[in-house]
Design a protein around this ligand. Structure first.
Ligand SMILES: C[S@@+](CC[C@H](N)C(=O)[O-])C[C@H]1O[C@@H](n2cnc3c(N)ncnc32)[C@H](O)[C@@H]1O
Length: 309
């Protein structure tokens, strides 16, 4: 998930390799086709398994950590992180919570393949309204999901109420916008990726304002954690650093993400940048992402922890 300025994970739908479907449509709504996005979310989470695993092990090693017997992975998507959490907390039942049935089915399939079905459960639920159905937890992991809830403060208060004494909430929000392309591509005006970030940030903002119960919140996550009665336990960022030349799966992911960005907010770019992006996504173009040797994947995910006394 990751091209919007400062918002971590991003939201693209899975495209088979490279054909641009339709024209850029920034005028379209900002709702997500989460079920269609499954393969892309899965690819992204798999590429980020290193940083996600490091973050989870950081939590597991905290001197204040209680024994983790139940984990809620809220907005679990395809369940890559759910299964990772089950591996890192081997005594815990881990519940994948998501409103999208197709993503929960993916999660169950993955858990089966990894031999984790006895401890990985799925629960179809939408936060904050379904919070009471989730049950208690020692760890609540919300990976790029809180920002999909209109009233983030109310939603976080709902999470806090589910924590057992000593329990931890981990919010993955923010980090660095992903870098994939050199500043000067040799074609078009240098700085395309910075302009894509600006377009992504504009769309993200619009997405937030169109959510039900949308409420603007200063994104001081530790302050928000304190405001709902938890004790901030620290903030750390975890790096994904895949230098050029990229492996085939990483390159494929970059193509999928750039395709999504073209379709979702390409309209916010000027005609020259759009034309460059079309060239970059053309499998026949020698300057395109399919063939370039200089494409890389570099980003950081930030994790904010809060603990219930
Ligand atoms: C960007 S994806 C992140 C998926 C996963 N946490 C990961 O890091 O791979 C956001 C997820 O949040 C879920 N989601 C969106 N709105 C939600 C809500 N109100 N309550 C619970 N989950 C929600 C979506 O279905 C989607 O799976």
């Amino acid at each position: 998930m990751n091209s919007n300025a400062g918002h971590g994970h991003h939201d693209a739908h899975a495209h088979s390799r490279t054909h641009l479907h339709g024209s850029p449509a920034a005028g379209a709504g900002t709702e997500f086709d989460w079920d269609v996005m499954g393969p892309m979310l899965e690819q992204e989470a798999e590429l980020n398994s290193g940083p996600y695993g490091e973050a989870a092990r950081w939590i597991a090693a905290l001197p204040t950590a209680p024994k983790v017997r139940r984990v809620l992975d809220i907005g679990s998507g395809p369940g890559v992180v759910t299964c990772l959490l089950a591996e890192i907390f081997p005594e815990a039942e881990v519940v994948a919570v998501d409103p999208t049935p197709a993503l929960l089915a993916r999660t169950r399939g993955r858990a089966r393949r990894l031999g984790l079905s006895d401890r990985v459960r799925t629960l179809e639920a939408e936060l904050p309204q379904d919070a009471a159905r989730l049950g208690e937890a020692d760890l609540i992991w919300a990976g790029n999901s809180l920002h999909h809830m209109g009233d983030q403060r109310a939603a976080l208060a709902g999470f806090a109420a589910l924590l057992r004494p000593g329990g931890t909430v981990a919010l993955l929000e923010g980090g660095l916008p992903t870098r994939r392309l050199p500043r000067d591509l040799g074609v078009g005006r240098p700085g395309l990726e910075a302009r894509l970030d600006a377009a992504a940030a504009a769309r993200f903002d619009r997405m937030r304002t169109e959510l039900p119960d949308a409420r603007r919140e200063t994104e001081d996550w530790s302050a928000l954690i304190a405001a709902v009665g938890l004790t901030p336990q620290g903030t750390r960022s975890f790096l994904l650093d895949l230098p050029a030349p990229l492996s085939a799966p990483a390159r494929d992911h970059v193509i999928t993400k750039l395709t999504r960005e073209y379709e979702v907010f390409g309209e916010l770019l000027d005609a020259e940048d759009r034309a460059v992006l079309e060239r970059l996504l053309d499998p026949e173009d020698p300057e395109g992402v399919h063939h370039r040797s200089d494409v890389y994947l570099l980003t950081a995910r930030t994790v904010h922890l809060g603990r219930r006394a």
